[in-house]
Design a binder for this molecule. Structure first.
Ligand code: BV8
Ligand code: ZN
Length: 254
């Protein structure tokens, strides 16, 4: 992947974004791994979608867990361990500040990230489309537990029934939690301003929220280092680091 030069939006681009925000009654947001990159959470594309030489598409699937649960747990235990060292960055805090301003009934943050950093930064109305890495659930009984900070056993067992635990996240080829997805689609349909931040927008159905918002006439602002799969759909693209651009927008809103 090419390394984009250090970008920052022009004055008029920032002003245009602030104008769009000022006119917004309801805001919906979709974030991806890029919003946590400055916190030290590796993105998927950054590593070329690889982990220890395995394609993430091959490890983050129910089939991989079926075939080799120890490998999949090694992958998730490594990412759980990484979570112990990361904290929210100014971009996460800026999104929490925007929610404060618009209040939680008029501001919905949909995230593809499983790192929990939006909640850690104070965001309240957060829809975790792909689950949360700190949470585990039993593959057999109904046990669900939030186990932040722990590195689990290589093959962690359910304390209730003794069967194998799995990360409580959405793997490829799995359905998103229906209630969460419904709320996210509603938020995209009801917004008049949609922010898409730090996502390559290749994963569906999450990426379809952008087109959904545009279809109902929302103004779409993209914040990303690069062009993405949805750049052709947006009203305004701000190129640069989300951890720098988002706080700048909050500052200009006054
Ligand atoms: C589904 C949890 C219905 C796991 C994730 C064949 C069979 C079945 C389904 C499919 C199929 N073919 C395609 C599909 C659909 C599939 C899909 O979309 N595949 C893609 C790869 C084409 N989707 C699914 O399977 C979904 N379920 O469709 O169910 C169904 C069911 C059965 C049968 C058919 C259909 C489930 C998708 C959820 C997968 N789980 N996460 C885990 O994390 O381990 S997805 C995972 O990857 C992340 O959560 C995230 O969503 C995605 C990575 O995307 P990004 O977040 O965008 O990260 P990325 O690194 O790609 O991009 C970072 C961006 O940030 C870049 O643009 C970069 O420029 C930018 N950036 C970097 N730094 C900064 C920055 N920007 C600003 N500032 C910075 N500092
Ligand atoms: Zn159990």
């Amino acid at each position: 992947m090419h390394h984009p030069v250090e970008h920052f939006p022009t004055q008029e681009e920032l002003e245009k974004a602030v104008q769009i925000l000022r006119g917004a009654k309801r805001i919906a947001v979709l974030t991806g791994a890029g919003v946590s990159a400055e916190s030290g959470v590796p993105t998927f594309r950054g590593a070329g979608g690889l982990w220890e030489g395995h394609s993430i598409l091959e490890v983050a699937t129910p089939e991989a867990f079926e075939d080799n649960p120890a490998l999949v747990w090694r992958f998730y235990n490594a990412r759980r361990a990484n979570l112990r060292t990361v904290k929210p960055n100014p971009g996460h805090y800026a999104l929490a500040a925007l929610e404060e301003r618009w209040t939680s009934t008029h501001f919905t943050l949909c995230t593809q990230n499983i790192d929990g950093l939006h909640r850690a930064a104070g965001s309240r109305q957060v829809l975790e489309l792909h689950g949360r890495l700190t949470r585990v659930r039993c593959t057999v009984c109904t046990l669900i537990e939030d186990r932040p900070g722990e590195t689990l056993d290589e093959l962690p067992r359910c304390p209730q029934c003794g069967e194998l635990l799995r990360p409580d996240i959405v793997w490829f080829h799995e359905m998103l939690p229906a209630d969460v997805w419904l709320q996210a689609a509603l938020a995209a349909e009801e917004c008049d301003c949609f922010l898409v931040v730090g996502t390559s927008a290749v994963v569906y159905p999450a990426a379809s929220l952008v087109d959904l918002a545009r279809t109902v006439g929302a103004r779409v602002i993209e914040i990303n280092l690069d062009q993405t799969e949805v750049s052709h759909l947006v009203t305004l693209a701000l190129h640069g680091k989300s951890g720098e651009i988002l706080p700048e927008l909050v500052k200009r809103l006054g």
